[in-house]
Design a protein around this ligand. Structure first.
Ligand code: SME
Length: 174
């Protein structure tokens, strides 16, 4: 792993990049950032920071992990958030049940949406699936309506796969 006395350098992304190119760069940076580190907690935390700093128009990025049959808040960036979400409730709980990425262009039109930050207008949630087992979800919120599209879904699904491939989650999930 990197020398703890040296700051980890992650270059800012070129603002003129297309969305797909930006995700390719970000996912390359993520792979380098994870390095040989296997802690799911540490890698999930750095993933949140990297996305929050490098994707425009976000007000929240974070994880919920499956613990005791419900979703429990994990590492995140943004305002404080609700800690426990039942499977099937809200956008996160719906994704946990359906096990498919969900893009919500207007959270106020989503029945049962759980508002953690009243600035949130749109949301995307990606399931974390390892060999068919649901470990949790990755949730991004934006203050803009319809901020997320299929390119975001594709880029974030690659980021989630990278995280799962590089990390152990035994202590975060039960
Ligand atoms: N909006 C989510 C709750 C989590 S927060 O956005 C951080 C939902 O409806 O599940």
């Amino acid at each position: 792993m990197s020398n703890p006395r040296e700051p980890i350098e992650v270059a800012d992304l070129d603002a003129s990049l297309s969305k797909a190119a930006r995700y390719r760069e970000l996912n390359g940076q993520l792979a380098a950032l994870f390095g040989g580190e296997r802690s799911g907690m540490a890698n999930a935390a750095n993933l949140c920071a990297l996305l929050y700093q490098n994707l425009p128009e976000l007000n929240w990025v974070g994880f919920y992990f499956v613990q005791g049959g419900e979703l429990v808040l994990g590492p995140f960036q943004g305002k404080v958030a609700c800690v426990r979400i039942a499977i099937g409730r809200g956008v996160c709980g719906t994704v946990a049940r359906r096990r498919k990425t969900l893009i919500v262009p207007d959270v106020h039109a989503f029945p049962g949406h759980i508002a953690c930050d009243k600035a949130s207008a749109s949301e995307i949630v990606v399931p974390l699936l390892q060999k068919g087992r649901l470990l949790g979800v990755l949730d991004l919120d934006s203050p803009l309506l319809a901020r997320f599209d299929q390119e975001d879904a594709a880029g974030l699904e690659v980021a989630a796969e990278l995280l799962l491939r590089c990390s152990e989650f035994n202590r975060l999930v039960d």
